[in-house]
Ligand binder design. Structure first.
Ligand code: DAH
Length: 345
């Protein structure tokens, strides 16, 4: 038995030496180390040996197995290494070749601008409330104190949905969201709220550098038990500071049917710092938003008792703000999808 094991080992190693590819190597493994291979066959005979010989033979069998396995692993490594260097030589790879550039996508400038506005309002405690783009005449106008045939309707050139007998329209501003937000958020009892309502609005305009038939607005609404005009001024001034940096703002009286009193807010011109230039039409200030104290009837229409609750609201045009910030001279660039414009952001 001892002889047979030594013989097997010598034989196996002799056959292993010239092997150079993994097919032959696998064949060798099966022949000598496989479950039905030569070594296994010898080990099976161990049990038939007389007791005195069994221990020594068993030990040698194990050593033989370990030696053959080690030799196999070493050869396997050598064979793989050789295959690798051969393939490197036969298929040379030029690592100095420049890669293929992958064009990177990016967010639309209007989206980026909107997100910045969301972030500022979020930091000031306002949540986003999404309202619908297709509205009823009642929501878009009547519940905001603009009855049918009211001359104020001239301010909102409206797209009506065909066949709806003028009852359904594309919202002309985000203000109807005020009613929807108040009704939705006070469904289980009136409570204070602070929301912004962003989204697309539509107007039947002659398209020009200043007017588009579609544009975003961001509406804001804060309702509470003691909300005052001072809160309106303080909050909007802080928004302007975060959006445009440290520069003067001014408020002056305006009129909107759904707020009383109503105001406009201007921010000092970001091009000329108030000196006067074509952007601010030599006034030194840029008009940023409309705002006001929510009209008592509008509060009532939203389910809030105006004897207990008060609030302020505002509406701003994000594309207009982006135009001011980035000196974009034509609003049509926003939805024209001209990559030469979009890639600048
Ligand atoms: N909805 C107005 C517009 O489209 C903007 C506006 C003005 C909204 C005053 C308001 C507000 O909430 O208080 O021109």
């Amino acid at each position: 038995m001892i002889n047979e094991l030594n013989q097997l080992r010598a034989n196996a190693l002799e056959q292993l030496a010239p092997i150079g590819d993994d097919r032959a190597l696998e064949q060798w493994r099966i022949t000598f180390l496989g479950r039905k291979g030569a070594l296994a066959a010898l080990m099976e005979k161990l049990g038939t040996l007389p007791k005195e010989e069994r221990a020594a033979a068993g030990k040698l069998a194990n050593e033989t197995k370990a030696a053959l396995e080690a030799a196999f692993q070493a050869k396997l490594g050598a064979v793989k290494q050789r295959a690798l260097s051969e393939s490197l030589e036969s298929e040379p790879l030029d690592v100095t070749l420049p890669g293929r550039p992958r064009p990177r996508g990016r967010l639309h400038p209007a989206t980026r601008n909107l997100r910045e506005i969301y972030r500022i309002w979020r930091d000031m405690g306002f949540q986003v409330f999404l309202s619908r783009e297709v509205e009823s005449d009642e929501m878009n106008f009547q519940l905001l104190n603009i009855p049918p045939h009211h001359p104020a309707r001239d301010n909102w050139s409206t797209f009506y949905i065909a066949g709806s007998e003028q009852g359904v329209l594309l919202r002309t501003h985000t203000s109807p969201g005020q009613i929807r937000a108040m009704r939705a958020l006070s469904a289980n009892g009136t409570q204070p709220l602070r929301v912004i309502l962003p989204g697309m609005c539509y107007r039947y305009e002659q398209v020009s550098a200043r007017y588009e038939i579609q544009f975003n607005q961001v509406e804001g609404l804060a309702v509470g038990r003691h909300v005052t005009f001072a809160d309106l001024k303080g909050t909007l001034t802080e928004f302007a500071r975060r959006m445009f940096g440290e520069r003067p703002v001014r408020f002056y009286a305006d009129h909107f049917p759904f707020t009383e009193p109503s105001a406009q807010m201007d921010v000092q011109c970001i091009i000329c710092d108030g000196a006067g230039c074509p952007l601010c039409k030599f006034t030194g200030f840029l008009e940023i938003l409309g705002a006001g104290m929510v009209h008592p009837q509008v509060l009532r229409n939203g389910g809030y008792d105006p004897d207990v609750w008060s609030g302020f609201a505002f509406g701003l045009g994000p594309e207009r703000i982006a135009m001011l910030k980035h000196s974009i001279e034509d609003i049509r660039y926003f939805w024209g999808n001209d990559l030469r414009f979009l890639e600048q952001f």
